[in-house]
Design a protein around this ligand. Structure first.
Ligand code: PLP
Length: 400
């Protein structure tokens, strides 16, 4: 068994070692493939349409692509899954999971709040044709929400944007026979592998840490072969495929994922501790500060990750004023990039969540979410501290 840092570099590249092959995965941009043998091609088409992972001939880019397949193999290995299926975005991947659950007989899903704003909205909109019950992560709440036609339980831990933690194994046990999907975008496979804890599906917005450079949008789901076959059927039918260039960039991003996550996590820990001491900060959310961290760090998470959320004294106006005063950090949505990003969830990523959903998820107006990048930590702190100090000035000016 090789270590995850080794797998991150080599997974999905195994077939490159036979000479005389190129040293890096190839970018195959073909939309279609020559089909000299029509019977063989018809067989390939029917295999792929039925959900097969690969066939003799890829036939057409909506059915299969070798560059994307390399990224899928690599991510599956890092998550300890049999296979993985990539989609055009994280939301495309979540839609794919909901439709695959329907294909497998689901009429209802249970979702633990808080959860990414887009996911919350998709579920509440009914667009996927499924009833939804939102619950807390408590086992009794989850059990109470279950129906005979419940086909999936959705969970995010650490959750967006408050970094609330849930015990994956406990949720899996509360769900009984119903498969659990864990959105692992914040933890990445470097810090947490939900399949080891009994989850059936693990999802990533690859746009975030997997790509890591803010230049590609995509999503991916790792699961057993049976689920992946359903996911590929949905992907072919709906066309939510990942572009091969994005697949190439994500596969490349995986190679530095362990180093990026560990470095950013160290800086996040430093910033979280300094924020705790800052007079303009009312509350800091960081997995290591959570009451359940002690127990979860024993069996679930290998580190707290690179996100820190905090509430600014003075509420929404003060939080926005601090954002405006930043000079080094980029005020922007998204996360997991080489550069530090900061945003106001109540106005942006979670704007679309109902007031009730915001209350249930603990998303206050004073909350800012910080995704720590790879800059020098003292430069980051200097920027954050001057912005928080400027906020204090703003408060005095506003009250004057
Ligand atoms: C960003 C994000 C998504 C959605 O991914 P996109 O690639 O933006 O579609 C889903 N879940 C979480 C936790 C996210 O942060």
């Amino acid at each position: 068994m090789t270590q995850i840092t080794t797998d991150a570099v080599h997974a999905g590249r195994e077939n490159l070692h036979a000479a005389p092959r190129p040293h890096v995965p190839q970018l195959d941009l073909s939309s279609t493939y020559p089909l000299p043998d029509i019977d063989g091609a018809a067989r390939s088409l029917s295999d792929l349409a039925g959900g097969a992972a690969s066939a003799e001939n890829p036939v057409y880019a909506r059915l299969s692509n070798p560059t994307v397949a390399g990224f899928e193999c690599a991510l599956a290995k890092l998550e300890g899954a049999e296979e993985a299926v990539a989609f055009a975005s994280g939301m495309g991947a979540i839609t794919g999971c909901l439709l695959a659950a329907r294909l497998r007989g689901a009429g209802h899903v249970v979702a633990v709040r808080p959860i990414y704003g887009g996911t919350d909205h998709l579920l509440e909109s009914g667009l996927a044709g499924l009833d939804v019950s939102f619950t807390s992560a408590s086992e009794t709440d989850i059990q109470a929400a279950m129906r005979p036609d419940t086909g999936l339980v959705l969970l995010e831990t650490p959750a967006n944007p408050t970094l609330a933690l849930a015990d994956i194994a406990a949720v899996v046990s509360a769900a009984g026979d119903v498969p659990v999907l864990v959105d692992n975008t914040f933890a990445t496979p470097i810090l947490q592998n939900p399949i080891e804890l009994g989850a059936s599906l693990v999802l990533h917005s690859a746009t975030k840490f997997l790509g890591g450079h803010g230049d590609a949008v995509g999503g991916i789901v790792a699961a057993d072969s049976d689920w992946c076959a359903s996911l590929r059927q949905v992907r072919i039918a709906t066309g939510a495929i990942l572009h091969p260039l994005a697949g190439y960039l994500f596969h490349r991003g995986l190679q530095t994922l362990p180093l990026r996550v560990k470095h950013a996590q160290e800086s996040a820990r430093t910033l979280a501790n300094r924020l705790l001491e800052h007079p303009a900060v009312e509350q800091v959310f960081f997995p290591e500060f959570d009451a359940v961290w002690e127990s979860l760090s024993q069996h679930q998470m290998r580190g707290p990750g690179a996100l820190v959320s905090f509430e600014v004294a003075g509420g929404q106006a003060a939080a926005r004023a601090a954002l405006h005063s930043l000079r080094l950090m980029t005020p922007a949505v998204s996360l997991g990039s080489v550069d530090t990003l900061i945003q106001h969830p109540a106005s942006l990523t979670h704007q679309i969540v109902s007031d009730e959903g915001k209350d249930q998820g603990g998303i206050s107006d004073a909350l800012l979410r910080l995704s720590v990048g790879l800059e020098d930590v003292d430069d980051l702190w200097a920027d954050l501290a001057q912005a928080l100090d400027a906020r204090s000035t703003f408060k005095i000016a506003a009250s004057a």
